[in-house]
Design a binder for this molecule. Structure first.
Ligand code: HEC
Ligand code: HEC
Ligand code: HEC
Ligand code: HEC
Ligand code: HEC
Ligand code: HEC
Ligand code: HEC
Ligand code: HEC
Ligand code: HEC
Ligand code: HEC
Length: 330
């Protein structure tokens, strides 16, 4: 290294910065990093809903929620109707030392550097940890490492503690799909295509197929693999069939798009090209320009592009049960 002194200076500065940051976790103080270490948030709600029944979180003084109202009226109307308001500890469960804050504002008339936990500007993971302090049960326990967690989406990007808009589950928008569409524009566009699951009609929702909390499943779907998901509702496609069609067994999405398509029946492509993506060298070649008719008459035009194309003859694309009808026919 040409300039060792420069390196040492940098190291010294780093050590000095660390020494400042570690013991001071007061969110408002100027030296503290914008993000207080997780320990500060993790401690506050370290109680389960059941344990919450008796007293405010340890280490935080008593306060009267009515006192908070005089200054923070806006956060109350909807909050008061939710389960969170009924928890012992109330505001302190998420905001930490609110009694200290109350004391400071009433005595000095100024909030000063906030000793409590402000969740407005916290990093996503710190906010989610606050919530998981109580909610890390059942499927929520599998939140850590889920695609949303990894990409910095917090619980509060879908849910609102103070201003929920949905009739259930305290979502930020009136309907679930609006919440999801606020980020997933491409899925919204697919849902507007002619063939679609009845999501925009309100008969199904994203959570019919996805569990946004459970990161243990591929693509957050509500089953271990795609076919298991589809077959929960489309049971007639489960089989077993006498004549199986390999791609159907493998993955329904070989031919369908779950969110929408401008082809019939959510198909990813139009027939006969749908089939020809895989079948090129069959006994009646897939090419429409071969001049060869499936019936064997070279003079007449191909009958593989008209009407239902391949499906004119291979009706049971999902599998068939007639012992005398191999090749997925009837
Ligand atoms: C005398 C008025 C007053 C009272 C009473 C009061 N606060 Fe505050 N509070 C403030 C002010 C001023 C701020 C800083 C400005 C702001 O963010 O609104 C603040 C900030 C906060 C914040 C941080 C908001 C943010 O930006 O994230 C929370 C949370 C909070 N107060 C909760 C409480 C709770 C809980 C109580 C009751 C125990 C309470 N306050 C009582 C005046 C008050
Ligand atoms: C279940 C957790 C939770 C509880 C309990 C809770 N809050 Fe909050 N509060 C939040 C979150 C999260 C935010 C950040 C805003 C957001 O993301 O919606 C917030 C924001 C605030 C703000 C900032 C203003 C705003 O609307 O963004 C104030 C003030 C506040 N809370 C006061 C209170 C008071 C007073 C109580 C008790 C009556 C309370 N909170 C109880 C989670 C909670
Ligand atoms: C002090 C414990 C505690 C904390 C902290 C907490 N919750 Fe809750 N929450 C509960 C309890 C108890 C219920 C009601 C029972 C249930 O649904 O599990 C509840 C219910 C909910 C519900 C369901 C509402 C419904 O109508 O079904 C949502 C959504 C929710 N909480 C989100 C959050 C979010 C987001 C946070 C973090 C900002 C959070 N909670 C922090 C205890 C807590
Ligand atoms: C991507 C959006 C999204 C995120 C992020 C999210 N949720 Fe949810 N949550 C939903 C939707 C949608 C529902 C309602 C449908 C359902 O129950 O699956 C829901 C339902 C809930 C419920 C009530 C039903 C139940 O399962 O108990 C709770 C409690 C809850 N969420 C807590 C949380 C917590 C805690 C976090 C953060 C660790 C979180 N959510 C993150 C979208 C989200
Ligand atoms: C605040 C923005 C935001 C909201 C709201 C949101 N998502 Fe996401 N979602 C993301 C991001 C970011 C990713 C990661 C994308 C990536 O890695 O390419 C993601 C990924 C996903 C994935 C793909 C998972 C994977 O393994 O690739 C699914 C499924 C998903 N979200 C469903 C939902 C559903 C359902 C809702 C509504 C309940 C929702 N999202 C709401 C931001 C959001
Ligand atoms: C009929 C079931 C179903 C419904 C309803 C559904 N999805 Fe999906 N979604 C799936 C399946 C299956 C996958 C996995 C696709 C894959 O493996 O490539 C998926 C994948 C995704 C992905 C990841 C996309 C990618 O290319 O990796 C996102 C984001 C997503 N869905 C969001 C949503 C949103 C938002 C809604 C509600 C508007 C929704 N989904 C409704 C079944 C569904
Ligand atoms: C929660 C139940 C449910 C799940 C899971 C589900 N579907 Fe559906 N599916 C439906 C409903 C409801 C319809 C609409 C039936 C109608 O319109 O008569 C439908 C319709 C369809 C259609 C016909 C669309 C049209 O335009 O007529 C196809 C193809 C389809 N689903 C494929 C799938 C695939 C592939 C999966 C797995 C990724 C899947 N479905 C998962 C409920 C479900
Ligand atoms: C090899 C391609 C292919 C695969 C893989 C496939 N499908 Fe299909 N599917 C089709 C075609 C082609 C149609 C259109 C049938 C028609 O027009 O009558 C269709 C139609 C459907 C329909 C609506 C009409 C009906 O027959 O009920 C549903 C539902 C459906 N498929 C579900 C599934 C499910 C579930 C899977 C996975 C187990 C799956 N498909 C896998 C090609 C496929
Ligand atoms: C994703 C690739 C793929 C697609 C798309 C596909 N197939 Fe297949 N198909 C296969 C495979 C793999 C086999 C099994 C070949 C084997 O057993 O040698 C097969 C077998 C068949 C067979 C012969 C069955 C038997 O009993 O030997 C017929 C007929 C058939 N497919 C018709 C179709 C039709 C019609 C379509 C369009 C609706 C289609 N395939 C779409 C991959 C595909
Ligand atoms: C006019 C009826 C008809 C049409 C249209 C048709 N087929 Fe066939 N196909 C048959 C018959 C009959 C057999 C079995 C007899 C044979 O061996 O030729 C067969 C056999 C097959 C086989 C299994 C044997 C092999 O060659 O591997 C595949 C795969 C196949 N067809 C794919 C397709 C595809 C893809 C299309 C659309 C491009 C299509 N078929 C259109 C009648 C048809």
């Amino acid at each position: 290294m040409k300039r060792p002194w420069l390196f040492m200076l940098a190291a010294l500065v780093a050590v000095r910065l660390l020494a400042w940051a570690v013991p001071t976790v007061r969110a408002g103080s100027p030296q503290a990093p914008p993000e207080a270490p997780a320990e500060a948030t993790a401690k506050a709600p370290a109680q389960t809903p059941d344990a919450a029944a008796s007293e405010p979180p340890a280490g935080h003084g008593a306060f009267d929620v009515a006192d908070c109202k005089s200054c923070h009226e806006a956060v109350f109307p909807k909050f008061e109707k939710t389960a969170h308001a009924a928890q012992a500890g109330s505001c302190a469960n998420c905001h930490g030392d609110v009694a200290g804050h109350l004391k400071t504002v009433t005595e000095t008339g100024e909030p000063g550097p906030l000793d409590l936990i402000s969740l407005k500007n916290k990093k996503a993971r710190a906010v989610s940890e606050t919530c998981l302090g109580c909610h890390a049960k059942s499927h929520h326990a599998k939140w850590a490492g889920s695609p949303h967690d990894r990409r910095g989406v917090a619980c509060t990007q879908c849910h609102s503690v103070h201003h929920p808009m949905s009739p259930a589950a305290q979502l930020k928008t009136a309907t679930e799909i609006e919440t999801c569409y606020s980020c997933h524009g491409a899925i919204r566009a697919q849902g507007l295509r002619t063939s679609h699951h009845p999501v925009r009609e309100g008969l199904m929702s994203c959570s019919s197929c996805h569990d946004p909390h459970d990161g243990s499943k591929p693509k957050l779907i509500k089953a271990d693999y795609t076919n298991e998901l589809c077959l929960q509702c489309h049971t007639e496609k489960r089989g077993p069939f006498f004549w199986e069609h390999a791609p159907v067994r493998e993955n329904c999405l070989n031919c369908h798009n779950p969110h929408g398509s401008n082809h019939d029946k959510l198909l990813v492509s139009q027939q006969p090209w749908l089939c020809q993506r895989c079948h090129l060298n069959t006994r009646h070649p897939g090419s429409l320009y071969s001049g060869i008719n499936a019936a064997g008459d070279a003079a007449s035009p191909s009958n593989r592009a008209v009407e239902h194309a391949c499906k004119n003859c291979h009706q049971n694309v999902h599998g068939g049960n007639a012992p005398t009808a191999p090749y997925l026919g009837r």
